[in-house]
Design a protein. Structure first.
Length: 223
């Protein structure tokens, strides 16, 4: 046991750095993917919806690893050479956009269609209707699936290790291969992933409680 603790202490800085890489990669992917996914979800109801549907269904049908390999190995053949971290961010963001857009679209479609009819009767432009009425009402219905996709994105960053990005799973695997001590390092890596996903779940619970309390006040006429 003391040997395992000594080994973990020796490789802890590298694992911690990999953990930080996982965190900022996840934050960057979600920050880039969310606004794009929102636009695509809104565009599904326009004349360009079939183009969006082709992209979304194609990406969802492909393994994320294939998308990642394409950005890292195939794009250079077209003259676009990317560093491992940029290739990972672009590939994983493209995957996240497809899944998040479907999460958002489901929430938007759950809003009462009478809202759209009322906005059309008032001559309210679609984008203003979406910003002021549709999106605020859809957010509570979007959030559960959205947070699930966020947690899957945290796990999906482990694929970046296959294009030479040293994130948490890569740092853990490297320590295991060098020390031949799998249990301690794998347990540590799993615990760190669990902490991140537990934090995401906690944020979701706080949001749902706050939203439920707000709707209760609205229904009782206190706001």
């Amino acid at each position: 046991m003391s040997r395992e603790l000594d080994l973990i202490a020796q490789y802890l800085p590298q694992i911690w750095q990999g953990f930080l890489t996982t965190l900022w990669m996840t934050a960057a992917i979600i920050a880039m993917a969310t606004p794009i996914a929102l636009l695509l979800a809104l565009a599904r109801g326009t004349r360009f919806g079939f183009i969006v549907a082709i992209y979304v269904n194609f990406v969802r049908a492909m393994p994320a690893l294939i998308i990642l390999y394409f950005t890292f190995y195939a794009l250079p053949r077209f003259g676009l050479v990317l560093s491992p971290i940029k290739a990972a961010l672009i590939g994983l963001t493209g995957v996240a956009v497809a899944y998040l857009s479907e999460d958002i679209r489901g929430g938007l479609q759950a809003v009462n269609k009478g809202q759209r009819q009322a906005a059309a009767a008032l001559g309210l432009p679609f984008w203003r209707f979406a910003r002021r009425i549709l999106i605020p009402q859809a957010i509570p219905m979007i959030m559960p699936n959205y947070m699930t996709s966020v947690m899957l994105t945290v796990q999906g960053t482990s694929l970046a290790s296959l294009v030479a990005v040293t994130e948490l799973s890569a740092a853990t695997s490297r320590a295991v291969s060098i020390t031949q001590d799998a249990f301690g390092f794998l347990f540590l890596g799993a615990a760190l992933y669990l902490v991140v996903n537990a934090a995401c779940r906690f944020c979701q619970m706080l949001f749902e409680r706050r939203t439920a309390a707000r709707w209760h006040l609205v229904r009782t006429g206190r706001t």
